[in-house]
Design a protein around this ligand. Structure first.
Ligand SMILES: Cc1cc2nc3c(=O)[nH]c(=O)nc-3n(C[C@H](O)[C@H](O)[C@H](O)COP(=O)(O)OP(=O)(O)OC[C@H]3O[C@@H](n4cnc5c(N)ncnc54)[C@H](O)[C@@H]3O)c2cc1C
Length: 496
């Protein structure tokens, strides 16, 4: 009979949320984090008194009554200093020398873009209606279901690219609607409609930054977990998941300690999880091979720029700048064709920006020559490579922000190697395993593994991002306490 000791591998958002849910349910929770800081992709760092986010930049659906708002009320995260992006232009898409605003609210979104594409008004309405329909059903996944229908939802087996092409006639409008999508990997041959529609819909509902950065989310969850009796240990890498009598028995750490557990939840990349599983009667090699063969989404190159003091007014939106001739659905990472510009929200109500982030997709192949080199000593050629990449980003962005170059005080950069180092994620990928609409049964993973008692959580399973990871945490914990129990837990927060 399984008892209530839970060990969670990794204190990313997924691990912390599972810890929170299970502490609330009375479980004895220990979270083991390999890095010195909790949060994974939610980590924030400070340079010259300017705060920068490493992963997370903004969230959607946080207005009263919207999906993430309800979930964050449950996780006690709504008291954090959230600040809303501009209602009539939370995202701006720049293609060549043309610029298009994304507005909040489905009708507002439609009517704003219709001003630029009047002949597409009806198609835009059909487009947003589909997004809204998908977004409206986000909580359906929490309904008890004999057939596990979430993982078989037909939207995971439909092509996002095909949907866009069939719904929108004007090729420029298709590009505009794809233009904010550095927050997912737009891959024409694989991206499921579910991922595209769910993520875009969340932001159209409402878009928010967090004054003070994503680490506030991790810290708040950690405080709640500790207050409820849970334990979180940093600098504690799990090296082996131990199986005994055909079920999970606990984990070994790099420090040589054994943590006995009735349940182990792995918040790390599934390819890492199968590597951690030692001798096993339950996990066959064919399963390990399958998981290790799954492809990953691209990584990110990030330039975190400290701006000269009180020179640039804060911009309350994100700007996505694309080369005029780029194909957003077949992005060539090494050409630096697209850059996301995001500004950390000023935390003291100043109207000046203190920093600015430039993000562009980067493949693992691009930094492969430096894999295995020690951090901080990867060599002059690595430094030169990062400088080249930074210059390409600035050259693209300064067409829209001509003041940028003169306003730069200092630049700090990171690559997928950096993410791999801090979060142990395979190939430093930004959004986990690549979901493939041609093969959803293989690429959309369930929390269960072949080893009884060993579960998974986090962005790799079905939907990435803050919203996706939050939903997955609930699904993972439902495997332990039952869907009814999770629904009961959430009944005051999630109402139709
Ligand atoms: C550049 C970038 C920008 C993003 N922007 C946004 C955004 O604006 N909005 C949004 O909603 N989402 C965004 N995301 C996605 C979002 O940040 C992630 O989906 C989410 O934070 C992932 O959480 P996770 O818990 O699944 O994984 P992670 O954050 O990767 O956490 C996994 C944790 O497990 C730990 N770990 C791994 N192996 C071990 C081990 N052996 N032992 C112990 N610990 C281990 C890691 O150190 C890490 O702390 C962005 C991501 C990136 C990379």
């Amino acid at each position: 009979m399984r008892q209530n000791r839970v060990v969670i591998i990794g204190a990313g958002l997924g691990g912390l949320q599972c810890g929170y849910i299970l502490c609330k349910k009375g479980f004895d929770v220990t979270i083991l984090e390999q890095d010195g800081t909790i949060g994974g992709c939610l980590q924030t760092f400070s340079r010259q008194r300017t705060l920068f986010d490493t992963g997370f930049h903004y969230v959607g659906a946080l207005d009263e009554g919207q999906a993430l708002n309800r979930l964050f009320h449950y996780f006690d995260l709504m008291s954090l200093p959230w600040s809303r992006l501009d209602n009539d232009c939370f995202d701006e898409v720049v293609i060549g020398d043309q610029s298009f605003p994304f507005a909040n609210g489905h009708d507002n979104f439609c009517s704003t873009l219709s001003q630029y594409f009047p002949a597409e008004r009806n198609n835009l309405q059909r487009y947003t209606a589909t997004l809204k329909e998908v977004g409206d059903h986000i909580f359906d996944k929490l309904k008890p279901s004999q057939d596990n229908s979430f993982y078989e939802t037909s939207l995971f087996s439909k092509s996002a690219h095909q949907f866009l092409n069939e719904t929108i006639q004007d090729p420029l409008l298709r590009k505009v609607l794809s233009g904010t999508s550095l927050k997912m990997e737009l891959c024409a041959d694989t991206l499921p409609l579910y991922t595209f529609a769910q993520i875009n819909d969340t932001y159209i509902r409402s878009a928010w930054r967090l004054n003070g950065g994503g680490s506030l989310i991790a810290d708040k969850l950690a405080q709640s977990i500790i207050r409820m009796g849970g334990t979180i240990k940093t600098h504690t890498a799990v090296t082996t998941i131990v199986e005994k009598d055909r079920q999970v028995a606990g984990v070994m750490t790099a420090k040589g300690n054994f943590y006995e557990a009735d349940w182990v939840i792995s918040n790390t990349h599934p390819a890492v999880t199968v590597e951690l599983v030692g001798e096993s009667a339950m996990m066959r090699n064919i399963y390990r091979k399958r998981i290790k063969s799954l492809q990953n989404t691209f990584g990110m190159f990030t330039a975190n720029i400290v701006l000269k003091k009180e020179t640039i007014p804060y911009i309350n939106r994100n700007i996505f700048v694309h080369k005029a001739d780029s194909d957003l659905w077949r992005i060539q990472c090494d050409n630096t064709e697209s850059v996301m510009v995001s500004l950390p929200a000023p935390n003291d109500n100043l109207s000046y920006a203190s920093g600015i982030d430039l993000l562009t997709p980067m493949s693992w192949q691009e930094i492969e020559p430096w894999v295995g080199t020690p951090a901080g000593r990867r060599g002059e050629d690595y430094v030169a490579f990062k400088q080249r990449k930074t210059e390409q980003c600035i050259a693209l962005v300064e067409k829209r922000l001509p003041w940028l170059r003169d306003a730069i005080e200092h630049i700090y950069t990171s690559t997928p190697l950096t993410y791999n180092r801090y979060t142990a994620t395979a190939e430093g990928c930004a959004y986990g395993i690549r979901k493939d609409y041609n093969n959803p049964m293989m690429t959309v993973l369930t929390p269960r593994t072949p080893i009884p008692g060993l579960l998974q959580t986090g962005q790799n399973l079905n939907l990435h991002g803050i919203m996706g990871v939050s939903m997955t945490s609930l699904l993972t914990c439902a495997e332990i306490v039952g869907t009814d129990s999770i629904q009961d837990e959430l009944k005051n927060y999630i109402k139709d």
